[in-house]
Design a protein around this ligand. Structure first.
Ligand code: SF4
Ligand code: URA
Length: 258
């Protein structure tokens, strides 16, 4: 089939099919389709006659996920479960799409994030946005971005084990609600804390891990890339991050199915 001309209804149809397939995959991840996983698989493949859908794929489930995420954010905003709560200007629960197929997990809010209440909006955040949009080709608004701890540690020190533990329930709930296909895990602290290991990030990166059944792609933190002063070393590390992002991209695209 030749590519659709502008204004060709086939282009619009292809968009509709892709959108519907994406919605069906999301419903399947949230177990909103009837029958076995196999039957649901056939729904997504759309070739099996007589396969039924339990509920119309409307946005009710999406609304309930968004409500759940808002509930987490409200609890985080009032939270004093660890000492970081006392020092924050604003809690930074995270932001993004309730339907995200990709979740990004960083370490902790920095000064810009603490001032605004939004994750990854400083210099490292701008690099993350370029990584998402230029390499993964996913608009920032289509992912869900959060951190291991939701409040800024004083002077940007590493979050402590007790703080990570106190905050971990919020992250677990966010991941369960969004049910992403993959997690991009930024930096040593995020990767080690999420995966429960002490392996160096230079060893963790470069391969796919798993957490509660979700694929995890660890890579270097953009703030780390920004801090490297040696130009050659910086370029070398950027190449590795690019490799990790391309592996993530092909994982997500492979998951999109035929
Ligand atoms: Fe609560 Fe997490 Fe903030 Fe600690 S860092 S006060 S556990 S939201
Ligand atoms: N670095 C992080 O790990 N998280 C942010 O939100 C910003 C910078």
């Amino acid at each position: 089939v030749p590519p659709a001309e502008p204004g060709d209804p086939r282009g619009e149809l292809a968009g509709l099919v892709a959108g519907t397939a994406s919605l069906l995959r999301w419903c399947r991840r949230h177990r909103l389709l009837t029958g076995t996983g196999q039957a649901a698989g056939r729904v997504a493949g759309s070739t099996a006659p007589g396969t039924t859908v339990a509920e119309p794929p409307d946005s009710a489930a999406e609304v309930s996920v968004a409500d759940g995420l808002e509930a987490v954010a409200a609890e985080v905003a009032a939270c004093r479960r660890c000492a970081l709560g006392a020092g924050r200007k604003n809690a930074v629960p995270g932001e993004g799409s309730a339907r995200a197929r990709l979740m990004v997990i960083g370490e902790a809010p920095g000064a810009t994030e603490d001032a605004s209440g939004r994750p990854f909006v400083g210099e490292a955040g701008q690099m993350l946005t370029r990584m998402l949009e230029n390499v993964l080709k996913i608009p920032r608004g289509q992912v869900f971005i959060t951190n291991i701890v939701k409040c800024r540690p004083p002077g940007n020190r590493d979050p402590q084990a007790d703080e990570v533990e106190a905050c971990s329930g919020y992250l677990r709930r966010q991941v369960a609600l969004v049910a992403p296909r993959a997690i991009l895990c930024l930096g040593r602290l995020a990767a080690q804390n999420l995966l429960g290991v002490t392996t160096p990030i230079s060893v963790l990166r470069g391969s796919r891990k798993s957490w509660n059944g979700v694929a995890v792609f660890p890579t270097f933190h953009p703030a780390y890339l920004l801090r490297i002063t040696d130009e050659k070393e910086k370029q070398a590390k950027k190449v590795l991050v690019n490799d990790d992002l391309l592996a993530l991209k092909s994982f997500l695209e492979g998951d999109a199915g035929p």
